[in-house]
Design a binder for this molecule. Structure first.
Ligand code: ADP
Ligand code: UVW
Ligand code: MG
Length: 392
C-alpha cells in the first residue's frame, strides 16, 4: 500500500493545534498557544529547547503559518504529504460529511463566517495560506457540525416562524470532531453500553454536551452558533434573548459591542473578573472565582438534566477536553449533583484521572482524551482517492 501522510490543522479561537501523521504514526503534535497575543509552539510530550522551535514573530493564524510550514519542512521533509485536513467549525446545512476543498466550497464556507466569527475566519485563512504554499496538495474540510446532522428534526428546530427555519436558522451543534473521536473509544471504555444512552461532556475553552444513542447525536447544547448552551471560558452560553434587546434598545449598545460581550467578555472570565482558565479559578481563593466555578457546574448539571429527559435515562457519562480530562474537582461536583441519577463516582479513580470513574453500579462514568486531530486525519484520508494497488 502507498504510504500516506496527513497534516491536521485545528484552528481554534486562541490557538492552532497541529499534528503530522505518517500512516498510523503521529510524527509530531503540538499547539500554538496565545496565537493572538504572544504565539509560541508547545510540542506534546517533549520539552524542546526554544531555539529548536519555529520563530513566531507575528500574531494571528495568517502570520504563524509560513514559519510553521518552513519548520515542518525542515524537520520532517522526509514525510511525503498526501493532504492537509482542516477542522472547519461550521459546515451549514449541506455538509454532513468531510469534503475536498474545491474553490466553490471555500466560497460557501466564507458565507458562514457570521455564524462562527471566532473559528471560521482563521480556518479559511489557513486554507488560503496552504493553497498558496502547496497549490496542488489536496485540502479537506472536516466539519464540527457534520456529526450532528443525525439529530431528530425537532431537536434541530427553534420555535421560530417556519420561514426562518426553512432559511437554515437551525440548531447545528459543534465539537463534532471531538464527539466522533470519543464515540470510537467507547466500545473499549464502556463495552455494550456504548450502544445505549450516553452523554459526552466536551468541557474545554468552548464547552458543549452531546446526547447520543447508538453513537449518533440526538441533541446537543450548542445551536445556530457556538454561543449557546453551557457557560464557557469567555462565552455566557444560554441567555435570555431579552437581555440582548435590553442592551440594544435601553442601553444603546452597538451590535459589535454585544458581539464582544458574548464571545469575549462573558463566561468564566466575565463572572470571575479574573481569568478564562479553569486552572486559575480552581487555584484562586477569591469569592468571585468560586462563584464562577459554581455557576459553571450548575449550568452543566442543568443541561445534563434536560438531555437525560430527552434520552429517557442514562447509561454513561463521558468527560473530554481540557476541563473534562484534567479538572477532578469539576467532575466531582457534577457527579455529586447528579447522584439522583444513580451516578456514583469513585473518588480515588477521579483524583488520578483514570479512564473509568464509576464504582461499578449505576451509569458508567469515563474520561476520553480529546483528539480532534486524529479524527481530521481519518476524515481526510477518507476523502482522498483510493491508493493505486501495489504492483504485483
Ligand atoms: N489541569 C487542569 N485543570 C483545570 N482546567 C484545565 C486543566 N488543564 C486544562 N484546563 C482547562 O482546559 C481549557 C482548554 O481546554 P482545551 O480542550 O485545550 O480547549 P480548546 O481546544 O478549546 O482551546 C483551559 O482553558 C483550562 O480552563
Ligand atoms: C466550537 C467551539 O466552541 O470550539 P472551541 O472549543 O475550539 O472554541
Ligand atoms: Mg477545542
Amino acid at each position: 500500500m502507498t504510504s500516506r501522510a496527513v497534516l491536521a490543522l485545528n484552528a481554534g479561537s486562541s490557538s492552532l493545534k497541529v499534528a503530522l501523521f505518517h500512516d498510523e504514526r503521529c510524527r509530531v503534535r503540538g499547539t500554538i498557544e496565545r496565537i493572538n497575543e504572544a504565539p509560541h509552539l508547545v510540542l506534546d510530550g517533549a520539552t524542546t529547547p526554544s531555539d529548536a522551535l519555529p520563530r513566531l514573530t507575528g500574531t494571528g493564524h495568517t502570520a504563524v503559518i509560513a514559519p510553521l510550514l518552513d519548520w515542518l519542512e525542515a524537520q520532517f521533509g522526509d514525510v511525503p504529504l498526501s493532504a492537509v485536513g482542516h477542522r472547519v467549525v461550521h459546515g451549514g446545512r449541506h455538509h454532513a460529511a468531510p469534503c475536498l476543498l474545491e474553490p466553490a466550497v471555500v466560497d460557501e464556507l466564507r458565507e458562514l463566517i457570521p455564524l462562527a466569527p471566532l473559528h471560521q475566519p482563521p480556518a479559511l485563512a489557513l486554507i488560503d495560506a496552504l493553497h498558496a504554499h502547496w497549490p496542488t496538495l489536496p485540502q479537506v474540510a472536516c466539519f464540527d457540525t457534520a456529526f450532528h446532522r443525525s439529530q431528530p428534526w425537532l431537536n434541530q428546530c427553534f420555535a421560530l416562524p417556519r420561514r426562518l427555519t426553512e432559511e437554515g436558522i437551525l440548531r447545528y451543534g459543534f465539537h463534532g470532531l471531538s464527539y466522533a473521536h470519543a464515540v470510537r473509544q467507547l466500545p473499549e471504555l464502556i463495552g455494550e453500553r456504548h450502544r445505549g444512552r450516553v452523554i459526552i461532556a466536551h468541557l474545554g475553552h468552548g464547552c458543549s454536551l452531546c446526547a447520543l444513542e447508538d453513537g449518533q447525536s440526538q441533541a446537543t447544547t450548542m445551536g445556530f452558533t457556538a454561543l449557546d448552551g453551557l457557560m464557557m471560558g469567555r462565552r455566557a452560553g444560554n441567555l435570555d434573548p431579552g437581555v440582548i434587546l435590553y442592551l440594544l434598545q435601553q442601553k444603546g449598545w452597538r451590535a459589535d459591542e454585544i458581539e464582544h460581550l458574548l464571545y469575549h467578555d462573558s463566561g468564566l472570565y466575565g463572572v470571575s473578573g479574573l481569568s478564562d482558565d479553569m486552572r486559575d479559578l480552581l487555584a484562586s481563593d477569591a469569592p468571585a472565582a468560586a462563584e464562577a466555578v459554581a455557576l459553571f457546574v450548575r449550568r452543566v448539571v442543568r443541561e445534563i438534566g434536560g438531555l437525560v429527559a430527552l434520552l429517557g435515562g442514562l447509561d454513561a457519562l463521558i468527560f473530554t477536553a481540557g476541563i473534562g480530562e484534567h479538572a477532578a474537582p469539576i467532575r466531582q461536583a457534577v457527579c455529586h449533583d447528579l447522584a439522583w441519577l444513580g451516578i456514583k463516582l469513585d473518588d480515588a479513580a477521579n483524583a488520578r484521572h483514570a479512564p473509568r470513574l464509576d464504582r461499578g453500579d449505576g451509569p458508567a462514568i469515563g474520561i476520553v482524551a480529546a483528539d480532534e486531530e486524529a479524527e481530521i486525519r481519518r476524515s481526510t484520508l477518507a476523502c482522498l482517492p483510493a491508493s493505486p494497488a501495489a504492483p504485483a
